[in-house]
Design a protein around this ligand. Structure first.
Ligand code: NAD
Length: 260
């Protein structure tokens, strides 16, 4: 599973899942652009990857800003001439009971996940179509692209929405050699999840340990968190898969939490 000579743009790659995908893709030979709202984290990670002998560039990229997304794609092309793989990964989590959900927070979450995916997809598709060499677009969905949980109304809505966007890209992109799939992880112990444990404990009136065992891992086959590497290896597999046999698919990576 090699990506030599290919370039990948990974959004939200300053930390967590996106960071590990960026590291994995560089190790597989790709040039990787780390796009993140946190410019410091993006440039620091790029520096570490270059020090290891890889090709990497960090850029500030707020995925909700049309101008910043277009700018990050232009910087990617200026640095590496091509984009073969987009991993649309940037995401946030906000939990509240539905009847108390502030409208502004609902809109913020949908903007990061859905506007962000749309803007990055459009900018990369224009380049992939013009270059004529095809490409791959991977979305970071979630088991919440398939299932619901209490307190997560906009997150579940957005992650189901990304599965729809993926299917449209599969249909439109096929004529241009562009494939797409959505990766649907279970709980991975990143900053996004660490923050939720005390928040869910207080909203549900249970202990943090019970949030882990009774909410997050209850339905898995082995009581284990999905790991960063579980997700990154699936991303590498999908980024290197050579045919349209896998396009428009939701690939669930959740230790059996969700089974189709
Ligand atoms: P994380 O908080 O560790 O990393 C998210 C990154 O996105 C951060 O570096 C942050 O700066 C960046 N970001 C936030 N808003 C942004 C914006 N507007 N523009 C650009 N970058 C922005 O979270 P993570 O757990 O690695 O999550 C990554 C993706 O994986 C998200 O889409 C999340 O929904 C999804 N996911 C996470 C889990 C999990 O359990 N951790 C499970 C399923 C899916």
């Amino acid at each position: 599973m090699r990506l030599d000579g290919k370039t990948a743009l990974v959004t939200g790659a300053g930390s967590g899942i996106g960071k590990h995908i960026a590291e994995t893709f560089v190790a597989a030979g790709a040039a990787v652009v780390i796009g993140d709202l946190d410019a410091g984290r993006a440039t620091d990670l790029a520096g570490v990857l270059r020090a290891r002998g890889g090709r990497a560039l960090g850029v500030r990229m707020d995925v909700t800003s049309e101008q910043e997304v277009e700018g990050a794609v232009a910087k990617t092309l200026a640095a590496f001439d091509r984009i073969d793989v987009l991993v649309s990964n940037a995401g946030i989590q906000i939990v509240h009971p539905l009847e108390q959900f502030p409208f502004a927070e609902w809109k913020t979450l949908l903007a990061v996940h859905l506007d962000g995916a749309f803007l990055a997809t459009r900018a990369c598709l224009k380049h992939m179509y013009a270059r004529g060499g095809g490409g791959t677009i991977l979305y970071m969905g979630s088991v919440h692209s398939k299932e619901a949980s209490p307190l997560k109304a906009p997150y579940v809505t957005a992650k189901h929405g990304l599965a729809g966007l993926c299917k449209v890209v599969a249909k439109e992109g096929a004529a241009h050699g562009v494939r797409t799939n959505i990766i649907c992880p279970g709980f991975v112990r990143t900053a996004l999840v660490e923050k939720q444990i005390p928040e869910q404990a207080s909203a549900l009136g249970i202990s943090p340990a019970e949030v882990v065992s009774k909410v997050m891992l209850k339905e898995t086959v082995d009581g284990e968190f999905t790991t960063l590497d579980d997700v990154a290896q699936v991303a590498l597999f999908l980024a290197t898969f050579p045919s349209n046999a896998l396009t428009g698919q939701a690939v669930v990576v959740s230790h059996g939490w969700h089974m189709d």
